[in-house]
Design a protein around this ligand. Structure first.
Ligand code: SIN
Length: 537
């Protein structure tokens, strides 16, 4: 794979100690903690500071904070959801460090919903045997966490920000150590256009890749830029086939495209029922947790039921909550439903699964280090091993938080030991001469259609081969488009979609959120493992 996107040579250069790409919970936590360790830090974000996926998270953040709950129980639920592919050591770090990380987030200023005794109110979500999800503003947890972190960032004038900037590629020194990034700033003034940031360490916190599908809960900026950059940089990327489809996304019609309104699992956690058009609760009897079974199981049950009934969606019935509960506990969801002409107080909500979360990503160790020295990854872009084949609900904000703290601690320790030197940049002329030809802007929609029809919730060798063929046909090197944000994004989506489809075709079993129609069973004898497969070239 060529190691860089087609782009003009950098017209400006700046430098810092740690450059963090992305401004969700993971990116901002790394940057704030790096600053506390005395390092210079710069945050680069694609839109404005609070535009990424974090602010859309509704349900909450999972941690063993409740009476009688323990990290061990949280670990067990996470391992079960992960369907045999979690890295137990990573999960242990997550669940044991999680409660204190949440307390530190509160010290930073995040305000979670409290009961009348001032204790954090905890709810349940799919796969959790206990109430362990802390939430804020009812169903606006991510927005509150992002608000608190952005306020902390803005209170530190030494933390430099570059907004409206699309990261392009990794820069490395002669030893292959990450030494910065190239990026394109979509602004005007001193830092307009393509430039370079030189740094002693690079942290990818670019979020997810939901935009490879037609319908997703992810915002428009989630185009897999971090995973694509890592692939081009030669970093190992793993578990891409495990894309989690959230079971209950507001159904806006079969042709709905782009970001769709989420109906949090917490709605089921508080007692809403999944029903078919006849009002039958079809999850009862399918799993001991019924509507609160792990997400992959609920998504599959919905798809099966829609196929059996020849329809496109099921319903989530929370009419028994009453108006007051809807208004206080789920104000965001209530407003989103009403904006689309559905009133959950008086009618069931039409729901169907949509792409939600990438359980895989850039492979890291327990300190967030990727296989490229000096390159770290954190949050949804990373595969730390905590999610396995299927992420447990509300573990992702926690993962972003805990592993961001771990990365910052690693950087601080390296710095203290004098092992975080300034780096130079080396250009490998042969590789630089063959940049990736860019896809036209229109390719984005074609990629989304191909992925949705052949590599979505249901997959088979046949459907994946058709998707792979369609993707290959889009990548005509003779027909490179001119560099622009749209063509860079389309190219990133294409590279990620290609890797995802390859992974999904290789894994000939059904496990977690990877559902093969032609291999319907889990096959531990052959597939109880992660796969890193070298791409051609
Ligand atoms: C939700 O609120 O259902 C989403 C939470 C998550 O994805 O972890």
């Amino acid at each position: 794979m060529p190691y860089r996107l087609t782009a003009p040579a950098p017209g400006w250069t700046t430098s810092t100690d740690v450059v963090v790409i992305g401004s969700g919970v993971a990116g901002l936590t790394v940057a704030l903690n790096a600053r506390k360790a005395g390092l210079r830090a710069m945050v680069v974000t694609k839109a404005v500071l609070d535009e990424g996926s974090t602010r859309w998270a509704q349900g909450g953040i999972a941690a063993a904070l409740g009476e009688g709950d323990t990290p061990e129980q949280h670990l067990q639920d996470t391992l079960v959801a992960g369907a045999g592919l979690c890295d137990e050591e990573a999960v242990r770090a997550l669940v044991t460090e999680g409660p204190d990380a949440v307390r530190r987030l509160i010290e930073t200023g995040a305000e979670f919903d409290l009961d009348e005794d001032g204790e954090i109110v905890l709810t349940r979500e799919g796969g959790h045997h206990r109430r362990r999800i802390a939430h804020a503003g009812g169903d606006a947890t991510g927005a509150e966490i992002e608000r608190a972190l952005v306020a902390a960032v803005e209170a530190d004038p030494g933390l430099e920000l570059i907004e409206h900037a699309l990261v392009l590629d990794l820069l490395t020194d002669a030893e292959g150590h990450a030494s910065g990034v190239t990026l394109h700033v979509m602004g005007e003034g001193q830092r307009d256009g393509v430039g370079a940031i030189l740094a002693r360490a690079v942290v990818l916190a670019t979020g997810g890749m939901g935009q490879v599908y037609s319908a997703t809960t992810n915002p428009a900026v989630s185009t897999g830029d971090g995973v694509a950059l890592a692939l081009r940089a030669g970093a190992e990327v793993t578990d891409l086939e495990f894309v989690q489809f959230h079971p209950t996304v507001l159904f806006l019609g079969p042709d709905a495209q782009g970001q769709q309104p989420l109906v949090s699992e917490a709605v089921r956690g508080e007692g809403a029922h999944l029903v078919d058009a006849d009002g039958v609760r079809f999850m009862v009897g399918q799993h001991e947790l019924a509507e609160l079974a792990p997400r992959d199981i609920v998504a599959k049950a919905i798809i099966r039921r829609t196929h059996a009934h020849g329809t496109r969606h099921m319903y989530l019935d929370g009419r028994h909550f009453g108006a007051e509960m809807w208004e206080h506990r789920f104000p965001t969801i209530l407003a989103a439903c009403r904006a689309h002409g559905i009133d959950p107080v008086t009618e069931p909500i039409p729901v169907s699964p949509a792409a939600h979360h990438a359980s895989g990503g850039v492979r890291t160790d327990l300190h967030g280090r990727t296989t490229v020295p000096g390159l770290y990854a954190c949050g949804e872009v990373a595969c730390t091993g905590v999610h396995g084949a299927n992420r447990l609900a509300s573990n992702s904000l926690l993962e972003g938080l805990v592993f961001a703290e771990r990365i910052a601690a690693d950087l601080a320790a390296l710095n203290a030991a004098g092992r975080l030197p300034a780096r130079t940049v080396t250009t490998d002329a042969a590789r630089a001469a063959t940049p990736v030809p860019l896809l036209p802007e229109a390719a984005r929609g074609e990629i989304q259609q191909l992925m949705t029809s052949g590599a979505g919730v249901l997959r088979s060798a046949e459907s994946l081969a058709a998707t792979a063929k369609g993707l290959a046909a889009l990548a005509d090197p003779a027909d490179g488009a001119a560099p622009s944000v749209e063509t860079w994004e389309a190219t990133n989506l294409h590279q990620v979609a290609t890797a995802l489809t390859t992974s999904a075709a290789l894994r000939q079993e059904t496990r977690g959120c990877h559902w093969r129609e032609d291999f319907p069973d889990r096959d531990d004898a052959h597939w109880h493992r992660h796969v890193v497969h070298p791409l051609a070239g």
